[in-house]
Design a protein around this ligand. Sequence first.
Ligand code: PMM
Length: 291
Amino acid sequence: MRAVYAEPPRYVAGLPTPGRTLVMGVLNVTPDSFSDGGLWLEPAAALEHGSLLLEQGADLVDVGGESTRPGADRPPVEEELRRVLPVVRGLSEAGATVSIDTMRAEVVERALDAGARLINDVSGGLADPRMLEVAARAEVPFVSMHWRGHSTQMEDRAVYDDVVADVLTELGQRIDAALAAGVKPDRLIVDPGLGFAKTGEHNWALLAHLDRFVDWGYPVLVAASRKRFLGTLLADPETGEPRPALERDSGGVAVSALAAAAGAWCLRVHEVAPSADAVRVVSRWGREPHG
Ligand code: PMM
């Protein structure tokens, strides 16, 4: 962890550039996501929630139609499209910058037609062999996350010699693959993939060494919001029960502030308002002069 405020985050072509870390609001249009599953399954409810995220200060809204929680089954592509397209279209038409959270190239193509401006692929292009070529052709920013397999396999794959070095190496391979497919370097965003084939200890190690990702030079996205490792850390001291997902946001805001101070480009969060405040505090904190 750096002792001082890191350089301001890099800008990504085609996306908002407020001169501080961006805040991405999560909009899961799924029946089974771990913290908001089923809440926004109807397009009208999803659009309303998306508007609320924007009002609360989200710079981007990340729309996803597949739950990636450990053990989750994949929906058919038609179902994923049915969930996300009306929401992507409605929010884009209302002027929002929408990110499409999917591992499927077909969903990307249709979502971009509906107005999405950023691809968020938690598999970094590994899950669908067409993804990187579609991203290159579309010339939109592409989030490449560290990933080792689908939800049904990932818990078994949380084994590393040195988690920070191994994730940097494997993510580096995904960057090379994206560049080789024609994705422009100024459209690439990297994400250590907290909770994906990672234990709580792995997540904390990655956060503590976020500077190693930032120093790479690509914008870094951090998505800690409501994840299990926060529930474990904030467990009830008497019973040892993990803190429920909907009660983890204060811990998530602390991560937002620290990650922003370490130079993260964007924070993906469910509860936008406190993280939007946190990044403004961090931005002011790092600005000279202080007198
Ligand atoms: N985590 C989830 C979904 N999408 N996208 C990126 N880039 N990084 C993440 O860590 C990530 C993601 C799973 O969390 P959710 O079910 O709360 O959306």
